[in-house]
Design a binder for this molecule. Structure first.
Ligand code: PEP
Ligand code: MN
Length: 375
């Protein structure tokens, strides 16, 4: 399945010349001096394409710093006038959209706490109708790809075609080194559904820790994400929000300098030939895997019929345990991870059960129909 989004390329609304595309700025605009001075340092790096700053901050508890509010828009205006950097802010209500647009903010983004709520997203989308402004949509706090997709669709349906997604990680119970679990498969899922939709990574909110930003940034680039949004503050140690994850503009340059850019398209023809050959081998193996799966399912059908004829339950736990043990041991010897093997076997097993259930039910329905016609 592919999403039906109407998208303009990233290069139509942001300077994509600097590699990787970088949006940077403080988590929050705190004072005019802090914002403007940070903007100057970021502009001086020559690597930053847009200045981000939160004006209205969604905070978990009341009483925490909830953003400087509308006055910050004036500071952003000044930062832009003095540095030439386009500006980006988070909007969470129709009023935010109106004020930001009136103040000449160049790019808007929808935050993770807004993306979870279709009412909020729709309110933002309605306020955007008829406006030609780029909008970036962060993934929802919870790991739900449909919510992310739904928010992108709502904004796109309102006529916003300069659209991008921001991957900022997901809330999770699991204890981990990250503030928000990256769950890369969800970002890859979005990329698969909408290959033309620019995807930007936010390593600051994924890591919650400035020491891990380089690591996550590299991983995002290796997965062919188009850019990075990184929080940068003139003095992170005294930042009013997200102090642990912000970096100075100098540290930002260091992180960027150490990233390796890999190209999805292959220029070197020798590399291309080798890759082509390896891909051919993979194609053949995948065909074999599918063929063998089909053969396996045919036998499963025979088993299903046999069980039905002999009144045997579909699931026999002992047999399943035996399969799992034997196969994972074998797979381990072949250097496949147990986690992978178990997942694969569970998937195959679930399909086998589904097929056998279908056989049992179909036959019961068939028998019932038979009885009716003979009555
Ligand atoms: C932010 O970008 O500062 C922010 C609040 O992010 P998120 O919506 O990803 O939590
Ligand atoms: Mn932040």
């Amino acid at each position: 399945m592919k999403l039906n989004l109407n998208i303009q390329p990233l290069s139509s609304w942001i300077k994509t010349g600097s590699e990787p595309l970088l949006i940077a700025g403080p988590c929050s605009a705190e004072t005019e001096d802090q914002l403007v001075a940070t903007a100057h340092l970021l502009a001086k790096t020559g690597r930053v394409s847009a200045l981000r700053a939160g004006i209205w901050k969604p905070r978990t508890r009341p009483g925490e710093f909830e953003g400087i509010g509308s006055i910050g828009l004036e500071w952003l205006k000044r930062a832009k006038e003095e540095t030439g950097l386009p500006t980006a802010v988070e909007v969470a209500t129709a009023k935010h959209v109106e004020e930001a647009l009136k103040a000449g903010v160049d790019i808007l983004w929808v935050g993770a706490r807004s993306t979870v709520n279709p009412f909020t997203v729709q309110e933002i989308a309605d306020a955007l109708r008829g406006v030609d402004v780029p909008v970036m949509v962060k993934n929802p706090v919870n790991p739900d790809l449909s919510l992310w997709v739904g928010a992108l669709e709502r904004i796109n349906n309102a006529g916003i075609t300069k659209l991008a997604a921001i991957h900022r990680g997901f809330s999770s119970h699991e204890k981990s080194a990250f503030r928000n679990e990256p769950m890369w498969d969800l970002a890859i899922g979005l990329k698969t559904l909408a290959p033309e939709l620019p995807l930007i990574n936010d390593p600051s909110h994924i890591t919650g820790n400035r020491d891990l930003i380089g690591y996550i940034s590299q991983k995002a680039l290796d997965l062919d994400m188009q850019g990075l949004m990184i929080e940068s503050h003139i003095d992170p140690t005294v930042a009013w929000t997200d102090a642990k994850q912000q970096v100075t503009p100098d540290a930002l340059v260091e992180i960027i300098k150490h990233l390796t850019l890999r190209k999805p398209e292959i220029r070197n023809s020798e590399v291309k030939d080798k890759l082509e050959e390896l891909r051919n081998q993979i194609d053949k193996i995948d065909d074999l895997v599918i063929q063998k799966m089909a053969e396996r399912m045919k036998i499963v059908e025979q088993i299903g019929n046999y069980k039905k004829d002999n009144n045997i339950t579909i699931l026999q736990v002992n047999r399943w345990d035996e399969i799992l043990n034997k196969r994972t041991n074998y797979a381990k010897a072949l250097k496949l991870s147990t986690e992978f093997t178990e997942k694969l076997l569970e998937l195959i097993h679930a399909e086998s059960i589904r097929k056998q259930t279908e056989i049992m039910n179909k036959d019961e329905a068939g028998q019932a129909a038979d009885k009716l016609t003979h009555a």
